[in-house]
Design a protein around this ligand. Structure first.
Ligand code: AMP
Ligand code: GLY
Length: 424
């Protein structure tokens, strides 16, 4: 089979790494890919939003399966476009990807299908938003309705902070059109988990549990990022929480999306907040989480290709996923200044030395090759991911890898996986 992976981050490097292990694959492409995917696939110089060029390539080269990593091409309708030309593609349609593309839509959907979530209001008018904030009080959460790369959520500690966040969003200064409508919601406390499933719209197979680390600094301090590290399995997802997630969140949403005329195929990612044996849903994503994808795929024992193909064909019934009985931990190494402004082009040292650590893989996210050397080229630069018999072993191995890699201004969290240790 010829397979095309779309995207160029750590998630896509992990997908390419996993897909390349399948005996079913004869040729693997990645568009645009990164220096990490280049060693396993042929990178194509096509950006993720150049849908016509991606289609032309897939059509002319008779690609058997296209796997879409990021949300942007999904929201632009890449799946609809490819399918209308008879091509098989893994990912939700544009209408289904709206579950991530609009937080207002996803909140209304949860309310309609009685999925537990924080109390909320949706606003386009500053005065109405202010009145809501004043009546509710702080802390309170302000979210841009549209896509904002995981950064469109402000946890406001005071009403003034919330009002000013709303003003920035509604004026279009922050997040452009994505902020033209805002969701304002109750602040929830508890422990977060990333609960991912694959579904063909009817059949659902849960992936192993995972936990992200959204804040930039240790102990969940500082602004939110796309994710600074992840591990799997996540002990916070006990058997009881797993069952509740399936019965109270995943099945109602998969069935609800079908009932709404938006049948959902692909990965459905529910961000959960768990407290005292109960859960609430923070958000849905229409794709694999990044960095969650990296530890999850290192733990996946099954060949991923038949699963992706079955989802694309709407034929997942009777399939199952096997997992290695190990833990995996991913530590993200990021550029100085991220999630704000950061420099690019810093020389990365120690990649070869890190690769010598057993059961470790360095997934590339924001890297580039300049004058034959690997340099930083994004906010999140590398996902150093290791497996171990226990989460402690996996943490130690991942940080052993991290300690061998360096560049001017490198930053990373030193507490990835700590919450798992606290629960053991
Ligand atoms: P979202 O994109 O909606 O998942 O929000 C990103 C992150 O913001 C989440 O992973 C949480 O850490 C935080 N967050 C979002 N909504 C809430 C909430 N209602 N209460 C507390 N934290 C939240
Ligand atoms: N790591 C969170 C996300 O992919 O949205």
């Amino acid at each position: 089979m010829k397979i095309l992976v779309i995207g160029g981050g750590g998630r896509e490097h992990a997908l390419v790494w996993k897909i390349a292990q399948s005996p079913l694959v004869s040729k693997l492409y990645c568009a645009p890919g990164n220096p990490g995917t280049a060693s396993l696939a042929e990178n194509l110089p096509i950006a993720i939003d150049q849908l016509d060029k991606l289609l032309a390539f897939a059509f002319e080269n008779k690609i058997d399966l296209t796997v879409v990593g990021p949300e942007q091409p999904l929201s632009l309708g890449i799946v609809d476009l490819f399918e209308s030309h008879g091509l098989k593609v893994f990912g939700p349609s544009q209408k289904a990807a709206y579950i991530e593309g609009s937080k207002a839509f996803s909140k209304d959907l949860m309310q309609k299908y009685q999925v537990p979530t924080a109390a909320y209001g949706v606003f386009t008018d500053q005065a109405e938003a202010e009145a809501f904030i004043k009546s509710t009080g702080a802390p309170i959460v302000v979210k841009a309705d549209g896509l904002a790369a995981g950064k469109g959520v402000i946890i406001a500690q005071t009403s003034e902070e919330a009002i000013s966040a709303v003003r920035d969003m509604l004026s279009g200064n922050a997040f452009g059109t994505a902020g033209a409508r805002v969701v304002i919601e109750e602040f929830l406390t508890g422990e977060e988990a990333s609960f991912l499933v694959i579904t063909d719209g009817k059949n659902v197979i849960p992936l192993a549990s995972a936990q992200d680390h959204k804040a930039i600094f240790d102990n969940d301090r500082g602004p939110n990022t796309g994710g600074m590290g992840a591990y799997s399995p996540a002990p916070v997802v006990s058997h009881v929480i797993h069952e509740k997630a399936m019965q109270q969140v995943i099945h109602p949403i998969v069935d609800g999306m079908a009932a709404e005329g938006r049948p959902y195929r692909g990965v459905l990612y529910a961000g959960l907040m768990v407290k005292n044996g109960e859960l609430k849903t923070l958000e849905f994503n229409a794709r694999f989480g990044d960095p969650e994808c990296q530890p999850l795929l290192m733990r996946m024992k099954s060949d991923i290709v038949p699963l992706l193909l079955a989802v694309a064909k709407g034929d997942l019934g009777g399939m199952a996923i096997e997992w290695h009985d190990k833990a995996a931990v991913c530590v993200v190494m990021a550029s100085e200044g991220y999630p704000g402004d950061y420099r690019k082009g810093e020389l990365i040292s120690g990649l070869e030395q890190a690769a010598e650590v057993v059961d470790l893989h360095v997934f590339h996210a924001g890297t580039a090759i300049k004058d034959g050397a690997c340099v930083t080229n994004g906010g999140r630069v590398l996902g150093v991911t290791a497996v171990g018999s226990t989460v402690k072993d996996a943490i130690n191995a991942a940080y052993q890898g991290v300690s061998r890699i360096n560049w001017p201004g490198v930053q990373y969290r030193t507490d990835i996986g700590k919450k798992a240790l606290e629960r053991l």
